[in-house]
Design a protein around this ligand. Sequence first.
Ligand code: NAP
Length: 284
Amino acid sequence: MSARVIDGRALAAEVRERVAEGVREFAAARDGDLPGLATVVVGEDAASQVYVAGKRKQTEEVGMRSIHQQLGSATPQDELLDLIGSLNGDETVDGILVQLPLPGQIDQDAVIAAIDPAKDVDGLTATNAGLLAQGRPGLVPCTPRGVLELLRHAGAELEGAEAVVLGRSILVGRPLASLLLGENATVTVCHSCTRDLAAVCSRADVLVAAVGSPRVVTADMVKPGASVIDVGINRTEDGLVGDVDFDAVAEVAGAITPVPGGVGPMTIAMLLSNTLRAASDRPR
Ligand code: NAP
């Protein structure tokens, strides 16, 4: 293997330590008051339960308060919107995270739109997405923030670099494209209609895959020495794999993230960082 493997777990631990220090300073300046993160889960989706349990545990480990709301899978949309309204008005809540996906009877866009942008620690509201698109400060989605931190940590030169992002979701691809543009990279976003994916990818100095298909990025698509970040999480017969064919691509790339142990831990660390930021920015 020639590529340096970027250790997302170690970097996430550093971020959490910085957040914990920030929480101690926050509490000291505010008579022991602590930032609070509210998590909302609708239904019993197994992956969602695991993700949210991890988020709650780490919230408490950095010294913040975790407030959890578990709703039944048949919860009507109005009931969820009422809950979000009450969390918006709750002085003890600084961040609101509604775990996606939501059951079919609920309109995801309506739910995201109901979250107070000042408490939108997932950075999904139109207000925060718009601020990011305009290059202005706001709450930035956790996974793209984590990807940028991983690239910085790997020493990737972003200014003037050819950056290719696979995927255009509001959760990952689009906000990441804005962040990379903000770093003065030349950004190309690929999606399911991209004609010659291999040709576009092979130009990339920085290649980020957020597609949700196992091993769609193969070694022949990667420029020698490129920094490759794998956002994908795919459950296969071989276990958890990313969107990148890790073993083969690691022979070509300059740096690469593993799955698991790359982007995943950074996503939660950035959620904690966003919650501290939301708490610090909110007048109390
Ligand atoms: P998504 O909403 O399903 O979006 C997938 C994107 O990939 C879409 O834009 C789609 O194009 C594009 N796409 C699909 N097949 C493609 C192909 N063969 N070639 C090029 N583009 C293709 O997924 P997401 O929410 O962004 O998540 C992507 C992956 O990242 C998933 O595996 C998810 O589990 C993972 N994820 C991981 C974390 C983490 O913390 N590690 C966080 C979030 C997501 P169209 O727009 O044309 O359909």
